[in-house]
Design a binder for this molecule. Structure first.
Ligand SMILES: Cc1cc2nc3c(=O)[nH]c(=O)nc-3n(C[C@H](O)[C@H](O)[C@H](O)COP(=O)(O)O)c2cc1C
Ligand code: SF4
Length: 734
């Protein structure tokens, strides 16, 4: 297939300072958990995007000096020769695919927690960090000497970046970093020439860009990532006021080769990396458009979960931006530009905006993606998102269950040349995900199903059988497949069993009319009366979504969770604050640190899980050593929705395993289980499980993952720096 001519504009070359980008696809700065510490993972992850056609691939935020360190979160770093070597590998791979390599120069000022370096950061004003409010994080207020020293740190970092091979030096002026702390009134309380008036507050950022341009501007593009609006109204930076005045100032001075624009600040970076529950594709466009309006020919990058080439073209022809940025779209599909170029739009694996990628990084892990099981596995497992080793021992495989894990497993088995039958009891593919995508705000998540459905339909070696009802063990054994994969999912428990105490709730029984599981709600079981309590022992999206659904149906809703936060996992996916705003807006009462003592047909009795008090008594057999307390809160209620915990639908697998003696007679070589049937889990892990099994299907024991490459320092290898090495001098000349 060839590219649709209406998309040609996306493949124009773009000049960025002294560099030329081969098209308009820019993989925007985003963290992933490898930094400079795991060079193979970093380089092959970014390199895959370069191979997939992104004209520029950027690192995550990259510390220019140990005074700004966010350990244990893994940023890139440009502190010494070791980092130059490690990040140099990324540049080499990016260049080998014709892409430019960008690095985001980062100094966090008053938000630098410095848990590794233990150094004291410098800031515009000595204030307590509002990002890490409880951690006693302050900076030392900078005098003019410090200002020059910090600019020198950036310049030293930039020179190391240049030595590593980077083409683009992007100053982070987003996520409330130091340049923004100078610019923004709420961080800058100075009364010298760096504080007070707008011009004074802009001075540090301007001097920094000027210094970088002078030091590296002939060979590298010097650009910035700027938060043009902090969404705080007149208290912060506004796109219609100081945000745009700053863009004009830097443009006039000619010290910025490209603007990559974002909104929001570090406390609430979910306004930038907006989850699809609250932000639809393109939500930043009105802000970015202001920037393009004042920078003339200087290129502007726009982000906003863009996956449709038509939308991308409209952004360019509509004068919003020159370059299409993609952080999450490039994670979900590193080959997005190539697929547009080749006119293979059906094959685009669109990001669903679930922010599971963010959530893994926020938990100090490494990025993972719901849509792309190969993300971060490029180096350590050698997986390519578009290439699959053909099997040398093709055989027939029966996959039982067409939920996310079963679909993914069947897809990859089909790509590998196995003869696959995917059998789904219901009339449509998707399993429990079909319910999920009908809950409020989750419609974009349907792409998990639609992408796989479309891919399966193209695979000649996969037959999909729908509406075939649940398979019995006898049927599986006599089906005629060489190998079997059981992917029968999981179900919500109807007795209120939860992580708290691992005990059912007295009176909870989904067989009663007044108790419902999420599946029952979505299957249309009547929710009686006007007062509903949603009981959340799960902490992810299901309970909060059902609470909103009930409120939208006009019910009086109370949300109860044993956890410290409403929909606690939302803190990791950056949904938390808007979840709270939604509860306020829809008058949904909520109780945290609270659980359920009992449920009846007309009431629910709640208790605070810390009601027993802090003191311990001497131990007495059969008694709790804490103070006894029977404090409760009884709420009248007509229905309780139990989102408490799940259990695998593994009865079929267990029966088949128990009948292992019959397999040989039926010529069955092996039977595996994947996804929620193995253990209930987040969808991305279920999908990964199906993908991994299929990738390793011809290994000796496919149920067990093969070893992967573990990047770590091996004892006695050389270290950078060595004890006793000097640091580059960043002190200004006297
Ligand atoms: C996992 C993750 C990490 C991110 N890390 C950074 C970062 O280090 N620096 C930065 O400026 N933006 C960072 N961002 C924000 C993105 O660059 C981008 O502005 C945002 O995700 C919206 O673009 P998108 O819709 O194309 O994903 C990150 C986003 C994600 C998803
Ligand atoms: S994890 Fe979700 S939000 Fe992140 S890139 Fe993948 S699909 Fe998109």
């Amino acid at each position: 297939m060839s590219r649709d001519p209406s998309h040609d504009i996306l493949f124009d070359t773009i000049e960025i300072g002294p560099k030329r980008m081969k098209n308009r696809f820019w993989q925007t700065t985003h963290c992933m958990g490898a930094g400079s510490e795991r060079p193979g993972t970093q380089a092959h992850f970014r390199g895959m995007k370069a191979e997939g056609g992104w004209g520029t691939v950027c690192t995550e935020y990259c510390s220019v000096h140990p005074e700004s360190d966010e350990y244990p979160w893994t940023s890139a770093r440009l502190w010494d020769e070791g980092d130059v070597i490690n990040l140099g590998y990324l540049c080499d791979i990016a260049h080998s695919h014709g892409a430019l390599a960008g690095v985001q120069l980062w100094y966090s000022g008053i938000h630098a927690i410095n848990m590794e370096s233990r150094e004291v950061p410098r800031g515009a004003t000595q204030l307590s960090s509002n990002v890490w409010s409880s951690r006693t994080v302050y900076a030392a207020e900078m005098d003019e000497h410090d200002i020059q020293a910090v600019i020198n740190m950036y310049v030293e970092g930039a020179k190391r970046a240049e030595a590593a091979g980077f083409d683009i030096l992007e100053v982070s002026g987003g996520d409330s970093t130091l340049p923004v702390q100078f610019l923004e009134r709420r961080y800058n309380k100075r009364s010298d020439k760096y504080g007070g008036s707008f011009e004074n507050r802009a001075r540090f950022y301007l001097e920094l860009m000027t210094a970088l341009k002078q030091a590296c501007g002939d060979s590298c593009a010097v650009t910035t990532r700027f938060e043009v609006d902090t969404l705080m109204g007149a208290d912060g930076i506004q796109a219609t006021d100081e945000g745009i005045r700053f863009v004009e100032l830097l443009s006039k001075e000619g010290v910025c080769d490209l603007w990559a624009v974002k909104i929001g600040d570090y406390e609430e970076w979910g306004e930038d990396a907006g989850p699809s529950r609250f932000r639809k594709s393109g939500w930043m466009t009105p802000f970015v458009k202001q920037v393009k309006g004042v920078v003339g020919d200087t290129p502007v990058v726009v982000n906003g979960r863009f996956t449709s080439p038509d939308d991308m073209v409209a952004l360019i022809t509509g004068g919003v931006a020159d370059i299409i940025g993609g952080a999450r779209p490039s994670i979900a599909d590193p080959f997005l530009p190539k697929k547009i170029e080749e006119g293979r739009l059906d094959d685009i694996r669109e990001c669903i905006g679930c922010n599971m990628c963010v959530s893994k990084f926020v938990q100090i892990g490494q990025l993972q993606c719901t849509q792309n099981a190969t993300a971060m596995e490029e180096y350590r497992r050698g997986w390519h998102p578009e290439k699959f080793d053909k099997t040398e021992s093709p055989c027939s495989v029966l996959v039982v269950g067409g939920g996310p894990a079963g679909m993914e497993c069947a897809r990859v088995l089909g790509e590998r040349g196995y003869d696959v039958h995917l059998r789904e009891a219901e009339d449509a593919l998707g399993g429990h995900w079909k319910d999920v995508v009908r809950m409020p705000r989750l419609e974009e998540w349907a792409r998990v199903i639609t992408y796989r459905e479309a891919q399966l339909a193209k695979l000649k070696s996969v037959e999909v059988h729908l509406g075939v009802g649940e398979m019995s063990a006898d049927h599986v054994l006599s089906y005629g497949a060489d190998k079997v994969v059981i992917a029968t999912g999981a179900r919500w428990l109807g007795d209120g069993m939860s992580p708290l105490g691992h005990a059912p709730i007295p009176g909870a029984d989904a067989a009663a009319p007044y108790c419902l599981t999420p599946e029952q709600v979505m299957a249309g079981k009547e929710v009686p009366g006007g007062r509903v309590v949603v009981v959340d022992g799960d902490g992810h999206f299901t309970a909060i979504a059902l609470a909103e659904m009930m409120a939208d149906q006009g019910k009086e809703v109370t949300y109860v969770t044993c956890m410290a936060e409403v929909s606690e996992y939302g803190a990791f996916t950056l949904d938390l604050f808007n979840n709270k705003r939604m509860l306020q807006e829809k008058n949904i009462a909520h109780h945290r640190d609270t659980w359920v003592e009992s449920i009846t047909a007309d009431s629910i009795t709640l208790y605070n899980i810390y009601r027993q008090g802090p003191d311990l008594h001497d131990p007495v057999a059969g008694e709790s050593p804490r103070n006894q307390s029977t404090k409760t809160l009884e709420l009248p209620c007509d229905a309780a929705i139990l989102v408490t915990s799940r259990a695998s639908n593994d009865a079929l697998y267990r029966e088949l395993k128990a009948r292992r003696g019959e397999w040989a007679a039926q010529e069955i070589q092996d039977i595996y289980r994947i996804g929620d049937c193995h253990a209930p889990r987040q969808a991305l892990n279920a999908i990964f499980d199906g993908h991994r099994l299929a990738r390793e299907f011809d290994s000796p024991h496919p149920q067990y993952p093969l070893p992967w490459i573990r990047e770590r320092q091996i004892w006695q290898a050389e270290t950078y720096p060595k004890l006793g090495d000097a640091r580059p001098n960043i002190e200004p000349e006297p």
